[in-house]
Write a new protein. Structure first.
Length: 99
């Protein structure tokens, strides 16, 4: 598991524990880790000052039944196929996948 994935797991586990009414020891046992390791995670999360909400989340992408034309900035030739998937990001970046 990569470091970023481990960190995301750590933050998610601590957030999950905070929502539960379990003690640290009971929660650690329920997810199959040692109490001392979980206490370390809680301490590390507290030291960062970040919450699990500060980490990117997975977003479900649903395939549309048919591609529909989207407004485009660049001109598109008539024989160019429509994208099969378009991912639009908050910063304005748009990724078009043809296939």
């Amino acid at each position: 598991m990569m470091l970023r994935e481990k960190k995301a797991e750590m933050f998610a586990s601590v957030a999950d524990w905070k929502r539960s009414s379990m003690t640290k020891g009971a929660y650690a046992q329920s997810v199959g880790i040692s109490k001392s390791k979980f206490e370390y995670w809680v301490r590390k999360v507290r030291e960062t000052g970040l919450s699990s909400d500060d980490f990117p989340k997975f977003v479900e992408i649903r395939q549309q039944s048919r591609a529909r034309p989207l407004p485009e900035v660049e001109t598109r030739s008539e024989n160019m196929p429509l994208p099969q998937m378009v991912l639009s990001f908050p910063g304005g970046l748009c990724l078009k996948i043809y296939g």
